[in-house]
Write a protein that binds this ligand. Structure first.
Ligand code: FAD
Length: 564
């Protein structure tokens, strides 16, 4: 075992990580080793940790630290940190310094970073510029969710008698409004932004295929060369292999948001973000919705209290939720789609005018020529990358949904910027997902950051938890919307916040403050006591976070105004 002189970059294989809490343990253990400046564990599934050191660090000390935390480690690579390179400008031998395949959030961020560093980039796009988020993902879904909320609340709002719901939805107008916003944002955030970079970023239309680690071929026969390549080809809706599916057309998130007619009834297969967001949207607009979920709970990765309360809120609105469903087959009968399934041991049938399958995404890796040049895929078919976004083939990087991991546009964009900086300027940066705030845009919204109670316990933390029903949040009382709860998970010994879990109207607006508390707890020892000392504006939803922190030591029902 050797000792290297630093600053250096060390990549460790970590064995034994089984849940998100392990990321915290391994990170903390490695940070405790003298000389370690930065630690990135991209997620427990990654089985790796990347370290930047500022001085000599013994490999043995790192391995021992990981072992003491209850895991095993081996050094995969240990090298001198690369000095940042100066922008080199266009290599006259090649068409571009960087070719990016895909113009979604990941690809755009990579090309923009390349241009900012002074390099010449090209984006190759086979379909619509902007990729999933703006065209068929975040933007259309969120505007439909808002429209459905306005429509629904006009009839259901607690300030009874003030508003009444209009008669029926003008479906064509709704879809047109959605399409207009998509067109507007695609133009403003993708087309115009690219144009503003002038010659620094070329947009090339066509389906790309890798010819080598420096060459990309288009279907029309053109070939472009570059020093480095970033794959940002995204993913598409996954369809389950269900007997009968070849004969029955089902909806995906993409086609559901472009229907020309509102279905009278809808079966939604799935119980996570996209299924719940679209299921509630259709239901609020007047479609009879039944959700079929395989697991025993909706959103099983979240706190059970949140999952149960969310299911209750959705049932209150008239959605039917069936959990523990094992799909058997699908068929079409008398103009209806019929799904047969085992439900808690008994066979049953579910019928509706349409079926939406929202069970995750499958990566766009076909016809890319990956195998021929040694770019390896993981067991689920996603492109394998390390924390620096390097694939198994030199000069080729991959980012975003095509690499698996959380399907979130801000993760894809962060990865795109890092991949370009690493590829072109040798910055050696890692994508750090240790603190990842995440929102499901149901109403009430589900938002989480950090560890659940079960994850924290599995990592042997001595924990304490608090649960604050939203009915104690003055903002919620004023709005007459007290659905939901805030659950905090903290380390009893250090008083640090390990996780925050929110179900509340606009809960997404609360979570970033919690994310800062978790981050600064991990990095600088910020505690729940520190959080309680802070001033929170009255009446805001985020004040609920302070109240939830106070719930650890006080009965919040006894508090006076302003979380005093
Ligand atoms: C319904 C829905 C709602 C969502 N809501 C949210 C949300 O609220 N917040 C959030 O953060 N995320 C959300 N997401 C996820 C988010 O949209 C994705 O994580 C993100 O867009 C992925 O970006 P990407 O750059 O990896 O890929 P994409 O945006 O999918 O871009 C990939 C691009 O590559 C192109 N391409 C593929 N292969 C080739 C090839 N061979 N040659 C040329 N071009 C090619 C494709 O045409 C596409 O344009 C949502 C997703 C869906 C489906």
């Amino acid at each position: 075992m050797s000792t290297k002189h630093a600053p250096s970059q060390i990549e460790l294989e970590i064995h034994g990580m089984t849940c998100a809490a392990c990321v915290f343990h391994v990170t903390n253990a490695l940070k405790g080793v003298t000389g370690v400046k930065e630690v990135t564990v991209p997620g427990w599934q990654s089985g790796q940790a990347t370290l930047a050191t500022e001085q000599t660090v013994s490999e043995a000390a790192l391995i021992t630290a990981v072992e003491k935390a209850g895991y095993r480690a081996a050094v995969a690579t240990h090298r001198q940190a690369a000095a940042p390179q100066q922008p080199a400008g266009n290599d006259p031998q090649r068409d571009y310094d960087l070719i990016v395949i895909g113009s979604g959030g990941g690809g755009m961020a990579a090309a923009i970073k390349a241009a900012e560093l002074g390099y010449r980039a090209a984006i190759i796009e086979g379909e619509t510029i902007g990729g999933t988020c703006v065209n068929i993902g975040c933007v259309p879904s969120k505007t439909l969710i808002r429209a459905a909320a306005a429509y629904y609340n006009a009839g259901q709002h607690p300030f009874k008698g003030i508003q009444t719901r209009a008669e029926g939805v003008d479906w064509a107008a709704l879809i047109q409004h959605k399409d207009e916003l998509v067109t507007e944002l695609r133009q403003a955030k993708y087309v115009d932004v690219l144009a503003a970079y002038g010659d620094s970023i070329a947009l090339i239309r066509g389906w790309a295929r890798l010819k080598s680690d420096h060459e990309v071929a288009l279907a029309d026969g053109r070939v472009f060369t570059a020093g480095k390549i970033v794959l940002a080809t995204g993913a598409k809706p996954r369809l389950l292999s269900l007997p009968g599916l070849e004969q029955v057309e089902v909806l995906t998130s993409t086609t559901a948001m472009s229907l020309t007619q509102q279905p009278g009834s809808l079966l939604v297969i799935g119980g996570r973000a996209v299924a719940l967001e679209l299921g509630q949207t259709f239901a609020r607009l007047g479609t009879k919705v039944t959700l079929l979920q395989r697991s025993s709970h909706l959103i099983p990765e979240h706190e059970p209290e949140i999952s149960t309360a969310l299911a209750e809120a959705l049932r209150q609105e008239g959605l039917t939720i069936q959990t523990g469903v094992k799909l058997l087959a699908i068929r079409e009968e008398a103009g209806q789609k019929v799904v047969t399934a085992m439900v808690n041991g008994e066979e049953g049938e579910f019928r509706a005018e349409q079926v939406l399958m929202a069970v995750g995404r499958t990566p766009n890796t076909q016809h890319l020529g990956l195998e021929e040049i040694g770019v390896k895929l993981d067991e689920q078919g996603f492109i394998k990358v390390n924390s620096r976004l390097e694939t198994t083939t030199s000069n080729i990087y991959a980012v975003g949904d095509v690499t698996g991991g959380p399907n979130l546009v801000y993760v894809a964009a962060a990865a795109g910027g890092i991949a370009a900086a690493n590829a072109l300027a040798g910055e050696g940066k890692s994508l750090n997902l240790t603190i990842l705030p995440d929102v499901i845009f149901t109403d009430p919204q589900v938002a989480r950051v950090g560890l659940t109670e079960a994850e924290a316990k599995a990592s042997s933390y001595d924990i304490k938890t608090s649960i604050l029903p939203v009915e104690y949040v003055p903002r919620a009382l004023a709005a007459r919307d007290t659905r939901g709860l805030i659950k905090l998970v903290a380390d009893r010994n250090s008083d640090r916040l390990l996780g925050a879990h929110v179900l509340a109207a606009e809960g997404g607006e609360i979570i970033q403050t919690a994310a800062l508390a978790v981050k600064f707890g991990l990095q600088y020892g910020f505690t729940l006591a520190n959080l309680r000392e802070m001033l929170f504006p009255y009446l805001t939803q985020v004040e609920g976070l302070k109240l939830a922190a106070q719930t650890f030591e006080k009965d919040v029902a006894q508090l006076s105004c302003c979380a005093g």
